[in-house]
Write a protein of this length. Structure first.
Length: 251
């Protein structure tokens, strides 16, 4: 486990991104369990956690949503993780504040925005999934369809009457599965790391958007992309609604 001292919580994080959010592809009427993994291709402790996240997704199917969020605080080691971004570091610091942690670390897994633990702890992860720890109250339904020859996705919410409380925001992620990264420097130098649920785009709304578009990386394959929509209280970090859908081909 790698520690980074100090929490430099950014009070302005609520404005860090602007603008996202399909029909969930879960067969269960209950909302899915949301698994967030804060990880880095520059951290030697992270590959086992990356593997566990992928295994939990395969084992539990559409009853879980996985988000692999690559922080940027290991990039100084000589290898810049191509999926890292400050927004994920800032999001992890929000969780650290709520969990009363005096540092952030990788790998860290967060379940439903409610509990955090070392990302390689299979027993805790499976227990939280089985017990459906702090399950989101609502399932968010939406449609996500390719546009512009696969360069973007159109997202249409089905519940146009969804209401946000004062502290809630709609948080949207575009994730990609089956991602491989050859690492050329740093702690994992010479290794090829495999990832699932890698967050490629993130949008945040302070009002419910009935329809919007999301950019899609041209380097990926459409079947590997999934759109995730969360309703989240940005003060308590509790996830109050969740849904996910594969990106559908335009008809």
């Amino acid at each position: 486990m790698r520690l980074v001292p100090g929490i430099l919580f950014l009070a302005a994080l609520l404005a860090m991104v602007s603008t996202g959010a399909s029909r969930a592809d879960t067969g269960d009427d209950r909302p899915p369990v949301v698994l967030e993994l804060f990880t880095s291709a520059g951290c030697s402790s992270c590959p086992p956690a990356d593997k566990l996240l992928a295994e939990l997704s395969k084992m539990n199917g559409s009853s879980v949503i996985i988000l692999s969020e690559h922080v940027d605080y290991w990039d100084y080691l000589g290898w810049r993780d191509p999926f890292s971004a400050p927004i994920f570091t800032d999001r992890q610091r929000l969780y650290a504040r709520v969990f009363n942690q005096d540092s952030v670390y990788t790998p860290e897994m967060v379940i439903n925005g409610a509990i955090g633990f070392v990302g390689t702890d299979r027993q805790k992860a499976e227990g939280a999934i089985k017990g459906r720890t702090a399950l989101p109250k609502d399932r968010i339904l939406f449609k996500a369809v390719e546009k512009n020859n696969g360069r973007s996705a159109e997202i249409v919410l089905q519940d146009t009457d969804m209401q946000l409380s004062k502290d809630e925001r709609v948080v949207v992620f575009l994730t990609e599965d089956e991602v491989s990264v050859p690492v050329r420097a740093g702690e994992n130098s010479g290794r090829v790391l495999n990832h699932a649920g890698v967050v490629r785009e993130t949008l945040l709304f302070d009002k419910v958007p009935p329809r919007f578009e999301l950019p899609v990386p041209s380097s990926g394959r459409s079947r590997a992309f999934k759109v995730v929509v969360l309703r989240q209280n940005m003060r308590t970090m509790s996830i109050t609604g969740a849904g996910a859908s594969r990106l559908a081909k335009a008809i």
